[in-house]
Every structure is written in C-alpha cells, then in structure tokens.
Design a protein around this ligand. Structure first.
Ligand SMILES: NC(=O)c1ccc[n+]([C@@H]2O[C@H](COP(=O)([O-])OP(=O)(O)OC[C@H]3O[C@@H](n4cnc5c(N)ncnc54)[C@H](O)[C@@H]3O)[C@@H](O)[C@H]2O)c1
Ligand SMILES: O=C(O)C(=O)C[C@]1(C(=O)O)C=C[C@H](O)C=C1
Length: 275
C-alpha cells in the first residue's frame, strides 16, 4: 500500500514518522519548498511529489488548513483516483469539510479529527508518538465506503489511537468548548499582557501558571484563523459562556463575596474529576 500526505507540518509529518514501515512508500506534498526539503531530511516521507501523484496512491492524508482541505477535495474529485482510495482529513472542524466534499468522492473520505497536537507547526515540529493513546474522532462514518472505513480504522489502530464516532455537528460544538475557546482565551491573555506598559517586567515573573495559560498563544495564526472562521457560531456561543463566568467572578470580587467566590472555584475543581 502507498500513501500520499498533503501538508508536511506537525500533523502530516508526525503521521509520516509514525507510519514508516506500514506503507510501501509515502509521498509528501507541500506548497512550501523548504518544508519539502526539511520533510525529506527528517525522514518524514520517502519522497516528495505533486498533487498528480495522488492518482496512484491507496491512502491520502490531508493535513493542511481547513479551506485547503476543501479545495483539495474539489481537485481530487476531478482526478482519476484509485477505485478504493481512502482519503483521511485531519481538519479541526468537520461540518464544512463534510458538507462541501464533492458527492463523487464522499465514499472515499473518512472525516477525522485527531485530538492531539502542540502549539508548534511545520515539519520540524513533527513527533513520532504524537498520536499514541490519543482520541481520533471520526464523523458521519456511515457516509464513508466500507473498504475506506476498514482501512482508516486499521490505520488509527496502527497509530495506537482510540477511535470515537460522532456526528459532525456535535463534534464542532464540542470542539468549540474543548479546543477553540481555550485558544481564544490564551490569545486574549497574551494580548492583555502585551498591552501593559511594563510588559517586559511583568513577564520576568512568568512561572508555570502563566506559561500554561499562554502556551496556546504560540499557535499558528493562519491555521487558527481558518478554524475560528469555520466554527464561528459555536465559537461565539463558547466565548459567551466563558464571558458569563468571567463576569460572575468579576462581580463577586467587586462585591467582596469571598465565600461565594470560593464555592465557585470549588465547582471548577470538579472538572478534572471527570477528565
Ligand atoms: N496543530 C494541531 O494541534 C492540530 C491538531 C489536530 C488537527 N489539526 C489540523 O491539522 C491540519 C494541519 O495542521 P498542522 O498543525 O499540521 O499545520 P502545520 O502548519 O504544521 O502544517 C501544514 C503544512 O501544510 C502546508 N500547506 C498549507 N496549505 C497547503 C496547501 N494548500 N497545499 C499544500 N501544502 C499546504 C504548509 O506549508 C505546512 O507544511 C489543520 O487542518 C489543523 O486544523 C491541527
Ligand atoms: O495541545 C495543543 O497544543 C493543541 O493545541 C492540540 C489541540 C487542542 O487540544 O486544542 C489543537 C487543535 C486540535 O484540532 C486538537 C488538539
């Protein structure tokens, strides 16, 4: 079996590293020349190629920003793909990808979202065990072909991932709260500190707490811009929920309702018991 990976960054590169030996050959495709060279020298893929090479592979991984995934699907739908070709996308939102996937290749697509990653991007960020013991959400699986379902699940098992099935609508709602809103909050924290006049002095005090809370603010703005745009309505709801809690905390502090504030914090302590 052969594989083509479109996007040789954190997600595509890590996939290549983890799947060496499983595929007879892995071909890497990327619009960034340096990323192609880096991917080769890091051994993320066997060779680099172009989109046309995808006509001859058995598995295609789309690991590029969401709008790029959608336009790749449109291009792939006009190509002569292998009959049972399995296309797996790693996009962080699922509804628009599924809705905009051309009908003639819908059975080829297994719409997936690995709940794994870091704040870094590009081939240098690739990690061989990134996917191990992590959740892979697979959406609207019944719309994928039987061969494609089986192949994708086998690949996720090989990655040592735990598969969770969900409807795309539900996935996008959940992802807004568990991933997209925390990124917005982290960017907000970073911008709030950067706006302080004595920011350099403030950050000299940064220890674990600030580093944890601001880590996500290092993430790639292009990729996250796409995610926020695609999940706008759910993201707005999650920001509203967060704002309402922040407002509650602010009011309790203003009114010096310390016991109430303590109870509110103790409620927050409960979260990790269910994680
Ligand atoms: N970073 C994460 O934590 C994470 C986690 C889960 C899913 N995802 C999703 O995975 C996808 C890839 O994310 P990443 O973190 O690997 O990004 P990345 O920036 O590390 O890598 C993307 C790579 O794709 C290339 N690229 C971008 N657009 C392209 C195009 N149209 N054609 C060819 N090459 C193109 C870039 O040059 C880059 O090498 C995104 O859809 C993202 O939403 C990311
Ligand atoms: O751990 C991180 O740094 C991540 O950002 C990974 C993370 C997340 O947990 O929000 C980011 C985007 C996803 O689509 C899935 C996972």
């Amino acid at each position: 079996m052969t594989c083509g990976i479109v996007g040789l960054g954190l997600m595509g590169g890590s996939f290549g590293l983890a799947m060496r030996g499983y595929f007879k050959e892995i071909i890497g495709i990327d619009h960034n020349e340096k990323h192609k060279k880096d991917a080769l020298s890091l051994g993320l893929v066997d060779k680099v190629g172009s989109f046309e090479d995808l006509s001859n592979v058995d598995v295609i991984i789309l690991a590029i920003p969401i709008r790029g995934i959608i336009s790749s699907l449109k291009t792939l739908s006009k190509m002569n793909l292998k009959e049972n070709c399995t296309i797996i996308d790693f996009g962080s939102t699922k509804e628009s990808i599924i809705n905009e996937c051309p009908a003639n290749i819908r059975k080829n697509l297994v719409a997936s979202h690995p709940m794994a990653g870091t704040e870094y991007s590009g081939p240098m960020a690739a990690i061989a065990d990134l996917y191990e013991n992590k959740i892979m959400v697979v959406c609207n699986l019944e719309e994928s072909g039987e061969t494609q379902r089986k192949r994708a699940i086998e690949i996720f098992e090989k990655l040592k991932m735990r598969v969770k099935y969900m409807e795309a609508k539900e996935h996008d709602r959940h992802a807004a709260f568990i991933s997209h809103m925390p990124h917005i909050v982290s960017f907000s924290i970073a911008n709030a500190v950067l706006k302080q006049e004595d920011k350099e002095h403030i950050v000299t005090l940064a220890a674990g707490g600030f580093r944890d809370m601001s880590r996500l603010a290092k993430s790639n703005a292009h990729m996250w811009g796409d995610i926020f745009k695609e999940n706008k309505s759910n993201l707005l709801d999650s920001i509203e929920a967060f704002k309402s809690e922040l407002k509650k905390a602010k009011e309790m502090i203003e009114k010096e309702e310390w016991d109430k504030l303590k109870t509110w914090m103790e409620t927050g302590n409960e979260l990790h018991k269910i994680m």
